[in-house]
Design a protein around this ligand. Structure first.
Ligand code: NIG
Ligand code: FE
Length: 426
């Protein structure tokens, strides 16, 4: 649903393209970041962006379908590079206990493992599909999905098959925690992950991930998992430095992981390693929100030139949200990011974390994945917290969620620039 698609043959056959006008603020997430309105965007028949810029410079006859957005902001579709969408069960009681002061512990994962193993494939697929649809409605057009609640070869393969029905960005997380049946036999479990489980799961995954943390897997065990994954042809990702300092971030950089995720406890050496490598630091403030932990500062990373992504970490334990607008709001309110930095991290940053050069920015050649906001600027994502501001979502230049603004859409080509902010204030 959210991965690279072949060009849309229907659109290509009819030669149809799409022109969006009346954009009050266009975040391209390119080097210029934002085009002030009125701006316009042209999508080609193949679903990619053909042109983006000030409306007064819009090339004539640029497309056949024209939608006037009436003074609404447009951002790239969110690229949520870290989710655990395939699971069963409910851990709201654990969340409530944390809100009264109980700390998060990795052992909670086993509760979800029990519920997930007991669920039918239909139940799991149906819930994951609903969560993916929820994500799409809030502007997420590319999604990564991990396994990690099966922790047996067949059980992990089942979760990855379900994930593969949602996205090509599937991640094998057999090394999430040690399951109860391997209690006290951590190294034996690592051998299973690196052996039969990996052999069964590698054909179903693009990535391998490991939870490198006290209470999960130490540096040596994490290294073994990542090296085995790499040998099986998978790209590397790491859950690193979430609950305390540790070796995960430096290990990820050393092994050339695409991304190290969480990064909530970073030493100066961790930042130096990230600044000297190509690994993306993915921040997941939904987890801090839902565990009642301190937010990591993003400034240290950004000021050191480290590529930063924001993702939801949607999972039943530490961050049960698919909402990237919420994540952006947290990043600005709690982590020292500007609105532009947060939107870029949630779009182009997520694409970099998934090593995708076809999505994440609204520039010629990339897929025309975008969200139209019921707002004059992207800053409203934080300025109006908790309000659903995503009006329409397009993927490959085609509407896939929400609706074009009523009374403004599908006009014949016309020249009048939109009145900035007028419609969004309604
Ligand atoms: O990213 N940190 C490890 N995994 C998840 C939490 C999983 C759970 O508690 O179920 C996370 O926060
Ligand atoms: Fe996670």
């Amino acid at each position: 649903m959210t991965g690279p698609d072949p060009p849309d043959s229907t659109a290509a056959a009819s030669g149809a393209g799409l022109v969006l006008t009346g954009i009050s603020e266009l975040t391209t997430a390119d080097s210029g970041l934002v085009v002030d309105g009125p701006a316009a965007l042209v999508c080609g028949a193949d679903g990619t962006v053909v042109w983006a810029g000030p409306q007064q410079a819009l090339p004539e006859q640029a497309g056949t379908e024209r939608v006037d957005l009436g003074g609404r902001a447009v951002i790239p579709g969110f690229v949520d590079s870290h989710t655990h969408l395939v699971f069963a069960g409910d851990r709201s009681a654990e969340w409530e206990a944390r809100m009264t002061g109980r700390p998060y512990q990795t052992g909670g994962v086993r509760t979800t493992v029990d519920a997930t193993r007991a669920a039918t494939t239909e139940q799991l697929a149906s819930r994951a599909g609903r969560l993916a649809a929820e994500a799409l409605r809030s502007g997420t057009t590319t999604l990564e999905v991990k396994s990690g609640y099966g922790l047996q070869p067949e059980a992990e393969a089942r979760l990855l098959s379900i994930a593969g029905g949602i996205t090509p960005e599937t991640t094998f997380l057999g090394a999430h925690v040690v399951p109860a049946e391997y209690e006290g036999r951590r190294d034996e479990y690592v051998d299973v992950v690196c052996g039969p489980m990996l052999r069964r799961c590698a054909p179903l995954a693009r990535w391998i991930d490991v939870f490198c943390e006290q209470g999960a897997f130490d540096g040596d065990q994490s290294r073994a998992v990542l090296l085995a994954g790499r040998a099986a042809g998978l790209g590397l990702r790491v859950h690193a430095n979430q609950l305390g300092p540790g070796p995960g971030v430096r290990l990820g950089v050393e092994l050339g992981a695409a991304s190290v995720d969480h990064c909530s406890h970073l030493s100066a050496a961790d930042i130096d390693a990230l600044a000297g490598g190509r690994t993306v630091a993915t921040l997941l403030p939904g987890a801090e929100f839902s565990t009642g932990s301190a937010y990591p500062g993003a400034r240290r990373l950004l000021d050191a030139g480290v590529p930063v992504a924001l993702a939801s970490d949607c999972n039943p334990g530490t961050s049960f949200t698919t909402s990237m607008p919420f994540v952006v709001a947290l990043a600005v309110r709690e982590m020292g990011m500007t609105v532009a930095e947060a939107v870029v991290a949630a779009t182009a940053g997520g694409a970099a974390a998934l090593q995708r050069s076809d999505v994440g920015r609204l520039v010629p050649g990339r897929r025309a994945d975008l969200a139209v906001l019921e707002a004059p600027s992207a800053s409203w994502l934080g300025y109006r917290p908790g309000v659903d501001l995503v009006r329409a979502v397009a993927r490959g230049g085609r509407l896939v969620a929400g609706s074009w603004p009523a009374g403004t859409g599908r006009e014949p080509p016309a020249g009048a620039p939109a009145d900035r902010g007028a419609a969004a204030d309604r």
